[in-house]
Design a protein around this ligand. Structure first.
Ligand SMILES: C[S@@+](CC[C@H](N)C(=O)[O-])C[C@H]1O[C@@H](n2cnc3c(N)ncnc32)[C@H](O)[C@@H]1O
Length: 309
């Protein structure tokens, strides 16, 4: 399998958030973001046609990430970066206020069932984030084969009061047809497009920001307590974490603790390392795992140390 590391960006390795995109791309071109780039067909077309912009793609699927890298490489694209991340998290955490010229979302999964409604990307909070990260007069464009989804998104955008909302277009003329678009057209479905333009900014709270620190805690502990922390669940308002395994290194006083944490709906898996030096124990992120230093991650280190003390 071929990888093209020049396209994939791993923000976990960066020390400051939001990211400095002019430094990453080495120029000041306007930033366009696509959420859910799928196989990357649209990305390679768009980047090729618009060399005057910098493209950032956010996608959850590893398979899509690999396919999209190949597509970009086949056209020798120079103005694209791809990130494996939940688009909702990425848009909020990686982009500073008023830095994006356009956000595009082609055929997101609509999550039909009411019980899955909270998985939809275009909820009210998403539009609040958009209102902050888009430049004044910047655009958001959403395509879907589901009219109800477009209407729901339009209503959510309208409610915030931060956007000029254009009338929904039915079967708009499109310069490029994406893979899913082709599929829905072949099924005989209509295509709907929602376009909104940012007019003013809301307020958002980011989870990560400033300079990255390596959360760690030191102190005296009662090591026998380690036997009881497995499967323990900790909750504090929007932060939750659970211990999903405790492993002892055979040769020394050292433990690896597997943790799953969530901040609101953003879930991360990582390992902590607990070791003894002299008379003091240290608990910190294992160097092999690289979660974003969200409040839940920092809290898991602090709280577990408290529990073991
Ligand atoms: C129906 S496909 C559309 C793919 C492509 N845009 C197209 O039009 O052919 C939806 C894509 O969104 C991705 N996706 C779903 N939820 C996401 C999220 N929260 N953040 C980023 N990508 C997401 C999926 O992995 C999938 O590749």
């Amino acid at each position: 399998m071929e990888f093209y590391p020049e396209y994939e960006l791993k923000p976990q390795l960066f020390s400051e958030f939001p990211l400095d995109w002019s430094e990453i791309f080495g120029n000041q071109k306007p930033i366009h973001v696509e959420i859910g780039f799928g196989n990357g067909e649209f990305a390679s077309y768009y980047c090729n046609k618009n060399p005057q912009i910098n493209y950032v793609g956010l996608e959850l699927s590893i398979t899509s990430m690999i396919k999209a890298q190949k597509k970009l490489k086949s056209k020798n694209i120079k103005n694209a970066k791809l990130i494996l991340v939940d688009g909702k998290f990425g848009l909020r955490e990686f982009f500073d206020n008023e830095t994006i010229e356009k956000v595009i979302m082609n055929f997101p999964i609509p999550w039909y069932k009411n019980s899955h409604a909270n998985r939809r990307i275009v909820l009210k909070e998403f539009f609040e984030v958009l209102s902050v990260v888009l430049k004044k007069d910047g655009y958001f464009e959403l395509l879907s084969d589901q009219e109800w989804y477009i209407i729901e998104s339009r209503n959510n955008a309208e409610t915030t009061g931060f956007f000029k909302v254009f009338p929904v277009e039915k079967n708009p003329l499109r310069e490029f047809i994406t893979r899913y678009e082709r599929k829905w057209i072949n099924f005989g479905r209509n295509i709907y497009r929602l376009t909104i333009q940012k007019k003013s900014s809301g307020n958002i709270e980011r989870l990560i920001g400033g300079v990255k620190e390596m959360p760690h805690a030191k102190g005296k502990i009662t090591i026998e307590k380690i036997n009881y922390i497995n499967e323990m669940v900790f909750k504090d308002y929007e932060k939750t974490f659970v211990v999903k395994g405790v492993y002892k290194k055979l040769e020394k006083d050292e433990y690896i603790i597997k943790v799953i944490s969530s901040d609101r709906d953003f879930v991360q898996h990582y390992f902590l390392i607990l070791y003894n030096k002299g008379n003091e124990w240290t608990l910190k992120l294992d160097s092999e795992s690289n979660p974003y230093r969200t409040p839940a991650v920092k809290w898991s280190v602090k709280k577990l140390m408290e529990v073991l003390s």
